[in-house]
Write a protein that binds this ligand. Structure first.
Ligand code: NAP
Length: 252
């Protein structure tokens, strides 16, 4: 028996990197992966790749930072498939390593909107249906920047810390409703997240002081393997936890 047989798993930011690896890995374990991203061609390509392996996937284009789009996406998926068993809030963007004095209001809000508010929007829309069914599983992709102070700029660091707070609050609030909520805090992972960045020189220099202690970069599939543990019954007694997957970087 595969680990996610007949589960419906919605993964945001799933046309690239860690999200794509999770969508593929979950579908290989029997889930229907709902591939959500802002990139229309990207979600189609990931769905095609999953279906070409003989597994199940569905494409949804959605900007996670837009509450209305999130509401419409969740409604469409529930109307089409009846339920969402697993929600992975993975969509995220970097912040150019902007320190607090330099980050402009617009960039602050954009990073918060995608990295934190988007997760709240999806949880807010999906939780009532999970409560009604008496089961559900939520996984938030935070970062080592969500537990330490200088892995990124001010906005990313604050958003990823906030995501861990949201994770623990949901985990405890809904513990009697059959719902688990956990987070993963990855270290460096080889993805497209750094493409197009314009690093702030001071913020980048401060961030780099800790980089020598990073053992190596991960492949996205290594984070997907940790995610599979948390969203499957293998992790049945794990709730409100932050699983650090960083190769030992923060152990220093
Ligand atoms: P990625 O390769 O850039 O994938 C993220 C995907 O989300 C991209 O397709 C991205 O599109 C999309 N996205 C951005 N804004 C969105 C929005 N508003 N609505 C829907 N989708 C949106 O990045 P990744 O490295 O796999 O990151 C996945 C998660 O892991 C993020 O939350 C990130 O913070 C976290 N993480 C990553 C690392 C790392 O080293 N890679 C480390 C720790 C934590 P665009 O390409 O247009 O932005």
């Amino acid at each position: 028996m595969r680990k996610l047989e007949k589960k419906i798993a919605l993964i945001t930011g799933a046309s690239s990197g860690i999200g794509k690896a999770m969508a593929i890995a979950f579908a290989r374990e029997g889930a229907l992966s709902i591939v959500v991203d802002i990139h229309e061609q990207g979600v189609k390509d990931v769905v095609d790749a999953i279906v070409s392996e003989g597994n199940n996937a569905w494409a949804e284009v959605c900007d996670v930072g837009q509450a209305l789009e999130v509401r419409q996406t969740v409604a469409r998926v529930i109307a089409e498939f009846g339920a969402i068993d697993i929600l992975v809030n993975n969509a995220g963007i970097m912040d150019d390593f902007m320190p607090a004095a330099d980050v402009e209001v617009q960039q602050w809000h954009h990073v918060m909107n995608v990295n934190l508010h988007g997760a709240y929007y999806f949880c807010h829309e999906i939780l009532p249906a999970m409560v009604e069914r008496g089961k559900g599983n939520i996984l938030n992709i935070s970062s080592v920047g969500g537990i330490q102070g200088s892995r990124a700029g001010a906005a990313y660091t604050a958003a990823k810390h906030g995501l861990i707070g949201l994770t623990k609050n949901i985990a405890f609030m809904y513990v009697g409703k059959g719902i688990r909520c956990n987070a993963i805090a990855p270290g460096g992972v080889n993805t497209n997240i750094g493409a197009g960045m314009h690093p702030n020189a001071f913020g980048y220099e401060r961030m780099m002081t800790g980089m020598a202690t990073m053992p190596r970069m991960a492949a996205p599939e290594e984070i997907a393997a940790a995610a599979l543990f948390l969203v499957s019954d293998d992790g049945s007694f794990v709730n409100g936890e932050v699983l650090v997957a960083d190769g030992g970087w923060t152990a220093y």
